[in-house]
Design a binder for this molecule. Structure first.
Ligand code: ATP
Ligand code: MG
Length: 267
């Protein structure tokens, strides 16, 4: 079940034919919310062990179109985890300092340390998304990045980092509704930028860029998942299922206690 939305490596992806809605996967919102609650408790427990064990690392990548729900996924799925063991890293347009290095420099500095979970709110994939769509570098530069990214993620995997990547797949209609909601609600105005409308006009170009990123960079060691995200309750559940199954596989253990703890008296 956790692999329902996994992108099969090296096969073309057509986002238009991948679902943005839960129908066909889950019919009952109430039940889904109950399961999500249970999985959240598991997640909290597993992360406690991951941190205590201090050996393994988990990297979670979130990508989406504007209003795709990255922020609310972070709030809902990761709330209540041990704050010392989880950190969100948001990647905006690169600074001069970052542009003076290779595009993976700022990414590599942010990868999780032992015992940690890192959530990437946007990521190195921007370097084959906005960079490709807006022609920020020539094609012969961005087209080589898919392979470079696979190699980079392989390095991370080989050195003990588990990687899971989620594309929050929403329909163009759903994005319109969410943007209208933001415009109608002063407390959401800060989330609205005119720039988002320009990107909406480039929707088809973005879909083509996402299709290549997903099909070329979904690998055994760093799989992509295209999560139907028009309904938040299903999006949260689908991501929680993948993450709890992943942490089950990682199976973090509490470190063994010091010898003779049973003979110690605290006075
Ligand atoms: P979000 O839209 O993720 O919720 P935000 O609205 O707080 O974040 P934005 O100013 O929209 O912040 O920041 C993200 C912007 O930075 C996006 O337009 C994204 O495409 C851009 N960006 C991220 N990485 C790169 C990159 N490597 N090159 C160019 N632009 C990038
Ligand atoms: Mg934005």
């Amino acid at each position: 079940m956790p692999d329902t939305h996994r992108i099969v490596p090296d096969r073309p992806v057509s986002l238009a034919s991948l679902p943005t809605r839960a129908e066909g996967f889950h019919a009952d919102r109430r039940k889904a919310e109950r399961e999500f609650k249970t999985l959240r408790r598991k997640l909290v427990d597993s992360q406690f062990r991951l941190y205590a064990e201090g050996k393994q690392k988990l990297l979670v990548v979130l990508q989406a179109m504007d209003a795709g729900g990255k922020d609310s996924t972070i709030r809902r799925v990761f709330e209540g985890l041990n704050q010392q063991g989880v950190r969100v890293e948001s990647f905006k347009a690169p600074s001069q300092r970052e542009l003076a290095r290779d595009y993976l420099w700022r990414i590599h500095r942010a990868v999780p340390a032992k015992g940690m979970i890192r959530v990437f709110n946007r990521s190195h994939y921007e370097d084959v998304l906005i960079v490709r769509v807006d022609s920020l570098v020539p094609e012969d530069v961005w087209s080589r990045r898919y392979e470079q990214i696979n190699q980079f993620e392989k390095l991370l995997a080989d050195t003990g980092t588990t990687i899971r990547k989620f594309f929050l797949h929403i329909s163009k209609e759903e994005q319109k509704e969410r943007m209208e909601k933001r415009l109608a609600d002063p407390s959401r105005h800060w989330k609205f930028s005119r720039d988002d409308l320009d990107k909406r006009k480039q929707w088809d170009d973005y879909m083509a860029a996402y299709e290549d990123a997903l099909s070329r960079c979904s690998t055994e060691h760093a799989p992509w998942y295209a999560i139907p995200s028009d309904q938040k309750w299903y999006r949260n559940l689908a991501i929680a299922r993948v993450l709890t199954a992943t942490l089950d596989e990682m199976d973090p253990q509490f470190p063994p206690p010091e010898d003779g703890l049973d003979r110690i008296r605290v006075v």
